[in-house]
Design a protein around this ligand. Structure first.
Ligand SMILES: Nc1ncnc2c1ncn2[C@@H]1O[C@H](COP(=O)(O)OP(=O)(O)OP(=O)(O)O)[C@@H](O)[C@H]1O
Ligand SMILES: [Mg+2]
Length: 361
C-alpha cells in the first residue's frame, strides 16, 4: 500500500477498519442514530480486544470512567464540555467521540474572539440573497445546522473564546433542540442523535466565562494531565510513533529512555519538584503539556533523521526542548539553567543531554 498524500486523515478515515469491526461485533442497544453502542464507543476510545480476536487500539490513555461519563452524557439531552489544561487531549477525544458516534468528526466550529452567530446558526450567500431574497438556496448552512439536520455530533472548539452573546445562540439550540430561521419563517428541528461536544482550556478562563444558563446545559468532564510518569511516557511513545509514520521521518524509533528523560523534565518542571520529591524547583511560565513533549520528540526525530545518523540523541533534542521550556527569555531561561545545573547535571545517564542543552540555552 503506497502512503497516502493526505497529511492528516479524519479519525473516521484513519480508523475506518476499527470502526467497521466494532460495528460488526456490536450487538448492544444503540441510542437513536448512533453508529455504535456506548459500549463499542468506549472500546474504540480506550482500546480492547473483540471476541473475533480483533485488536482495537487505544486512542485515549487514562481514566476509562471519564470517557464513559463523556459518552453517556452524549446519549442524554445534555451537551458535553471537555475541560482542562492545554494538551490534555480534549480536541483529540472530541474528534474520536464524534467519529465513533456519528461517523463524522468534521462538523466543527472553531471558537475565536471573532466567531459570530452565523458560525453557530447560519449565514447568507449575499449575492443570492440580493438577487432572490431570502430562500433556502441563499442560506449558508453552518456545521451546527448540518449536525441538527442529520442527527450527528457537532463540535465546538475553544468555546470560551467565543464572546458571551454569541455563545448564547447555543442556548436555544441545546434546550429547544431547534434552530429558528426567522427570515424564512421556518426552523430546523434537530433529529435524534444530535448533540454538541465543546472543548475549553483553563488557560482561557476569564476570557469569556460560560454563562450560567449555558453551563446548565453542559455536563463538564475534566481531562487531567496523565497521572503517572509511566502513563505519560506511554502516551508520548505511542503518538510519536504514529506521527513519525505519517510524516515519513527517516529516523529510527526513539529509545524509550530518551522519551522518559523528556517527560521527566516536563513533569518535574510542571510540578515544581523532582520525581523523588527531594528537590523543589521553579516552574517556567508556559504549560509543559504532553502535547508539547510529543512535539519536542518529533522535532528531535526530524533533526536526527535529516541532519544526524537517524538515531535521536540529546543533541537533536536540546534546541526543541529549550524552545518549549524557555518562553520568557529572561525568567524561564533562569529556571531552565537552574534545573540543568542542579538536577540534570547530577543524573548519570543524562550527561549528553545536559551538555547539549547547556550549549544552546
Ligand atoms: N491521555 C492521553 N491519551 C492519548 N493521547 C493524549 C493524551 N493526552 C494528550 N494526548 C495527545 O496530545 C496531543 C494533543 O492533544 P489535544 O490537541 O487534543 O489537546 P487539547 O487538550 O485540545 O489542548 P488545547 O487546550 O491546547 O486545545 C494529541 O496528539 C493527543 O494524542
Ligand atoms: Mg484543543
Amino acid at each position: 500500500m503506497s502512503p497516502s498524500p493526505v497529511l492528516r486523515h479524519h479519525a473516521e478515515q484513519q480508523f475506518a477498519e476499527e470502526l467497521a469491526e466494532l460495528a460488526r461485533a456490536d450487538e448492544r442497544p444503540r441510542p437513536p442514530n448512533w453508529r455504535l453502542s456506548p459500549w463499542a464507543v468506549r472500546i474504540y476510545l480506550c482500546g480492547g480486544k473483540l471476541a473475533s480476536g480483533f485488536e482495537v487500539s487505544a486512542k485515549y490513555i487514562g481514566n476509562v470512567r471519564l470517557i464513559e461519563v463523556a459518552i453517556a452524557t452524549l446519549a442524554t439531552d445534555r451537551a458535553l464540555l471537555l475541560y482542562g489544561v492545554p494538551g490534555t487531549a480534549k480536541s483529540w477525544v472530541s474528534e474520536h467521540l464524534a467519529a465513533a458516534i456519528s461517523g463524522d468528526s468534521t462538523l466543527l466550529i472553531q471558537g475565536t474572539a471573532g466567531t459570530d452567530e452565523s458560525a453557530l446558526r447560519y449565514g447568507w450567500n449575499y449575492a443570492r440573497l440580493l438577487a432572490e431574497g431570502p430562500s433556502d438556496r441563499a442560506l449558508v448552512v453552518s456545521p451546527m445546522m448540518h449536525a441538527m439536520r442529520d442527527g450527528k455530533i457537532a463540535r465546538v472548539e475553544e468555546l470560551t473564546r467565543i464572546p458571551g452573546d454569541v455563545q448564547d445562540a447555543l442556548i436555544t439550540i441545546l434546550s429547544e433542540k431547534t434552530l429558528p430561521i426567522h427570515e424564512l419563517s421556518s426552523e430546523v428541528q434537530a433529529r435524534k442523535g444530535f448533540n454538541v461536544i465543546a472543548t475549553s482550556n483553563n488557560r482561557d478562563k476569564g476570557v469569556n466565562e460560560l454563562s450560567s444558563a449555558l453551563t446548565r446545559r453542559f455536563n463538564t468532564v475534566v481531562l487531567p494531565v496523565p497521572e503517572t510518569l509511566e502513563q505519560e511516557v506511554e502516551i508520548v511513545a505511542k503518538r510519536v510513533a504514529e506521527l513519525g509514520r505519517a510524516l515519513e521521518l527517516p529516523a529510527e524509533k526513539p529509545a524509550i529512555e530518551e522519551i522518559r528523560r523528556v517527560v521527566t523534565i516536563f513533569r518535574e518542571l510542571r510540578d515544581g519538584m523532582t520525581v523523588d520529591g527531594a528537590t523543589k524547583l521553579k516552574s517556567p511560565s508556559g504549560t509543559l503539556s504532553t502535547a508539547e513533549a510529543i512535539s519536542v520528540i518529533n522535532g528531535g526525530l526530524a533533526m536526527a533523521g535529516y541532519y544526524g545518523d537517524g538515531v535521536m540523541r540529546g543533541g537533536d533534542l536540546a534546541a526543541g526542548l529549550t524552545g518549549a521550556i524557555v518562553r520568557d527569555p529572561v525568567q524561564d531561561r533562569l529556571v531552565w539553567l537552574e534545573y540543568l545545573k542542579t538536577v540534570a547535571k547530577e543524573r548519570e545517564s543524562w550527561q549528553e543531554l545536559y551538555r547539549a542543552c547547556m550549549d544552546v540555552v
